[in-house]
Design a binder for this molecule. Structure first.
Ligand SMILES: NC(=O)c1ccc[n+]([C@@H]2O[C@H](COP(=O)([O-])OP(=O)(O)OC[C@H]3O[C@@H](n4cnc5c(N)ncnc54)[C@H](O)[C@@H]3O)[C@@H](O)[C@H]2O)c1
Ligand SMILES: O=C(O)C[C@H](O)C(=O)O
Length: 348
């Protein structure tokens, strides 16, 4: 028999709040809807910890782990954890259809990561083709799924997927997301340390794209507000957020890029998508989506998530002069990365 406590936990889970945390909380999956999540690239540096985090999430009833190799081991391993999600591992292209069929959310961390000295755009030649073939399969096997794109360069891989979906006749701009959550986590972490405020209370929107100067944290809108930060502090925080990925790439010295923090960020964003699908109100996250809040066709900003994916692309809000300058400076790089993705999808 379910106790009042369990019932209230269930209600809280369904209603949720974007800040409630899925780790270590008691749950009963009794009346939660079934949700299948597929991870493409599940045997990789991000894919493995992301598989673990989603196995811990009671909103997931079926966890489908796909990679070109290595997934049976990852699947067997996480499947022993005594949580709701049933886990299946699929390896090799001939199993991709089965891995995708019936998915509500597909997360894509498939592709190569950076080494020191490389930009994210240097990954384009390899990752563009990988993303194109995975998007083609999504259009065929689960055209209604919400797609969470992690593979870099996100500023180009999201437009590639959009073009593939358009050609297949399945494109729904509400369902395609570039995952920029790690930029938000970094902005929150760095701001909290500098402003000396409790990190768990901090919110900072990050807009633009996901590479270098296209990453634009809006510290003028950070909460709790701080009046102890100078303009030089804000400039330094902005630069550190923009270079956060490179900081990790250099520290890993040739052994890849952010994997653990990215898995956490990917799990947060996937959970937000699932809550939206489940009808939880007021789920707001930053994401790189089709947008008309600037003249660019894709742009990261706060979005409200709902039963069909993006319910509303939220505006930028008031910007400081420094942020207005940052916004103008990022546009040409972001525009050419988007155009590069569109061109690739249409010519290959
Ligand atoms: N969006 C972000 O904020 C963010 C953050 C960190 C990393 N990334 C990007 O995520 C990607 C993955 O990073 P990683 O560290 O996990 O790399 P990794 O090399 O450790 O893992 C990538 C995995 O993708 C798999 N893969 C390759 N081709 C595939 C295909 N066709 N189908 C399915 N799987 C395929 C590989 O077998 C491997 O297991 C990189 O492009 C990286 O730049 C993005
Ligand atoms: O920096 C990278 O190459 C990986 C990722 O985009 C990140 O921001 O950590």
């Amino acid at each position: 028999m379910r106790t009042a406590l369990l019932r209230s936990v269930e209600t809280a889970l369904r209603r949720g709040s974007s800040s409630s945390h899925f780790l270590l909380r008691p749950f009963s999956s009794g009346s939660l809807p079934d949700r299948k999540v597929a991870i493409l690239g599940a045997a990789g540096g991000i894919g493995q910890p992301l598989s673990l985090l989603l196995k811990l999430n009671p909103l997931v009833s079926s966890l489908s782990l796909y990679d070109i190799a290595g997934t049976p081991g990852v699947a067997a391993d996480v499947s022993h954890i005594n949580t709701r999600a049933e886990v299946a591992g699929y390896a090799g292209e001939d199993q991709l259809g089965k891995a995708l069929e019936g998915s509500d959310v597909v997360i894509i961390p498939a592709g190569v990561p950076r080494k020191p000295g490389m930009t994210r755009d240097d990954l384009f030649n390899i990752n563009a083709g990988i993303v194109k073939s995975l998007a083609t399969a999504i259009a065929k096997y689960c055209p209604n799924a919400l797609v969470n794109m992690i593979s870099n360069p996100v500023n180009s891989t999201v437009p590639i997927a959009a073009e593939v979906f358009k050609k297949a006749g399945t494109y729904d701009e509400k369902k395609l997301f570039g995952v920029t959550t790690l930029d938000v986590l970094r902005a929150k972490t760095f701001y909290a340390a500098k402003a000396k405020v409790p990190v768990e209370e901090v919110n900072v929107p990050v807009v633009g794209g996901h590479a270098g100067i296209t990453i634009l944290p809006l510290f003028s809108q950070a909460t709790p507000a701080s009046n102890s930060l100078s303009h030089e502090d804000i400039k330094a925080l902005t630069k550190r957020t923009q270079d956060g990925g490179t900081e990790v790439v250099e520290a890993k010295a040739g052994k890849g890029s952010a994997t653990l923090s990215m898995a956490y960020a990917g799990a947060i964003f996937a959970e937000a998508c699932l809550k939206g699908l489940n009808g939880v109100p007021d789920i707001i996250e930053c994401s790189f989506v089709q947008s008309n809040i600037t003249e660019l066709p894709f742009f990261a900003s706060k979005v409200r998530l709902g039963k069909n994916g993006v319910e509303e692309v939220l505006g930028l809000g008031p910007l400081s002069d420094f942020e207005k300058q940052g916004l103008e400076s990022l546009k040409s790089e972001l525009k050419s990365s988007i155009e590069k993705g569109i061109k690739f999808a249409n010519e290959n």
